[in-house]
Design a binder for this molecule. Sequence first.
Ligand SMILES: [Zn+2]
Length: 161
Amino acid sequence: MDIAADRVVTLSYVLKNTAGEELDRSDPDRPMVYLHGHRNIVPGLERQLEGKTKGDKLDAVVPPEEGYGPKQKVKTLRIPRSQLPGDAPVHPGARLIMESQGQHFPVWVEKVQGPTVVLTPQHPLAGVELHFSVEVLDVREATEEEIAHGHVHGPGGHDHD
Ligand SMILES: [Zn+2]
C-alpha cells in the first residue's frame, strides 16, 4: 500500500542538520505513527513520503520553508521557574503548552537563567535545513474516526481518555 492521504504511516527516522549532527531519532521501540495528509509532520517530509511504500528507505532534505519555518525575530517571555508546574521540563529545547485567554499554544524553553526561564514561541528547528533518513515500516488505511479527528488512534497514536 502506498503512502497517500488518509492513510496511517509508521516510520523510523534519524534527523540531522546540514553539518551532519544528529538532532533527533525515533525510539526503536516506539516508531513514529502519523496520519498522512493532515499536516501532522513537516510539509516537506510529508510531500516526499507521498507514494512510498512499506520497506522503502528515503533520504529527504527539507528546507526551513517546508520544515519549521524561517528563523524570525520573536518576542521571548521571561517567567519565574516557580510559576511553572513542578514536573515541567525546563531544559533548553523543551516544549511546554501555555494557556492564555482560553487558547493553548506551544512554547519552547530557550534558556534558563538562574530562577528565570526564557520561553520562545519559535520552534527550536526554525531556520534549520532538515536532513531526514527515513524507513517506512508500515502503511494502512485510516479509520473513519481517525480521518474525522485528523490523527491516529491506538498504539503510537492519540489516546482519548
Ligand atoms: Zn482522536
